[in-house]
Design a protein around this ligand. Structure first.
Ligand code: NDP
Length: 291
């Protein structure tokens, strides 16, 4: 068989990108699938985003991930948006179909998929509390509502941001589920009615691993699932505290891997080897921790 040295290209545009481990996970998936694809981290400053998006077409790339600070700004450079990305107001994945750049958001979908697969938790009819009102919270809140949660409370430090996010989330559910905002003042006590408690803030994210959301889990019901969007470290102080109380938990690696799995399928049209992707990601993060 003749050699094939041509790579199909995907990657991430962001600033900074040096510590972004997504490529390790995607390339493990490509290798396991026998695909001659590469995932590259591109350091793109905000003023170069427009040119970088044009380069996707010039280089014949198959898609791209967007990370800080481009998730919102990229919308101006796309041909179409998925309904979910439009509702969330941010794009983390672009796929290219018939020459068109289509913006998607796989963060919230990855979150819901991870809960279903890794914990057997179906959000339909459940009552949820979410800490945070930024990009991750908008994605998680949108997909929880689309998956049928009957009640969603967003708890946030900044009132203005919290209220804006809740207004936008109400538009998603269009009366299908109750969404409300609670300002985060002092210790937030997880309510006894909650089935799901999610941290969508960056509290506890490496290198601030000693930070812990100011919450009280003592009233939580015994099967309340506690999930952290923070994936580095995988066991945050919040998850350790929940485990100590015997509550079921799910780490942010699940969401990260699942959103990558969804992007992999959007780009390649194939189902990846999720176990290989997760293993590669864990190894990369643990190597980074000990390095
Ligand atoms: P944003 O900057 O958009 O939002 C940050 C949120 O955290 C805001 O609600 C902010 O509140 C809150 N916050 C930050 N510090 C504090 C604090 N000290 N006290 C109270 N609230 C605080 O970030 P993102 O939403 O994009 O990301 C949030 C987290 O989710 C990050 O850790 C990120 O790594 C993670 N993430 C994980 C993914 C995964 O696949 N596992 C995917 C995407 C994100 P305020 O409005 O008051 O400032």
């Amino acid at each position: 068989m003749p050699a094939d040295y041509k790579h199909e290209l995907v990657g991430v545009f962001g600033q900074p990108v040096a510590e972004n481990p997504t490529g390790v996970m995607q390339e493990a998936g490509f290798a396991a699938a026998g695909l001659n694809w590469r995932y590259l981290n591109f350091e793109i400053p905000p003023e170069k985003l427009g040119e970088a998006m044009k380069a996707l077409r010039v280089l014949g790339m198959r898609g791209i991930n967007l990370t800080i600070p481009h998730k919102v700004a990229v919308i101006d450079h796309l041909d179409e948006l998925s309904p979910e990305a439009r509702a969330i107001g941010a794009v983390n994945t672009v796929r290219i179909a018939d020459g068109k750049l289509i913006g998607e958001n796989t963060d919230g979908k990855g979150f819901v998929r991870g809960m279903r697969l890794d914990r057997g938790f179906d959000p339909a009819g459940k009552r949820a509390v979410m800490l945070g009102a930024g990009g991750a919270a908008r994605a998680v809140g949108t997909e929880l509502l689309l998956a049928g949660v009957c009640e969603l409370v967003a708890v946030n430090r900044s009132i203005e941001r919290g209220e804006k996010t809740v207004r936008d989330l109400r538009a998603v559910c269009a009366g299908g589920g109750a969404v409300r905002f609670e300002p985060w003042r002092g210790t937030y006590a997880a309510p006894a009615w909650a089935d799901l408690f999610v941290n969508c803030t960056s509290i506890g994210l490496y290198p601030h691993v000693e930070a812990m959301p100011d919450v009280d889990l003592s009233r939580a019901k015994p099967d309340m699932l506690v999930v952290d969007a923070v994936f580095n470290p995988p066991e945050t102080r919040l998850l350790a505290a929940a485990k100590k109380r015997g509550l079921p938990t799910l780490d942010g690696l699940s969401m990260l891997v699942c959103q990558g799995v969804i992007a992999f399928k959007m780009w390649t049209g194939r189902d990846p080897d999720e176990a290989a992707m997760k293993q590669a990601l864990r190894e990369a993060l643990f190597a980074a921790d000990s390095g």
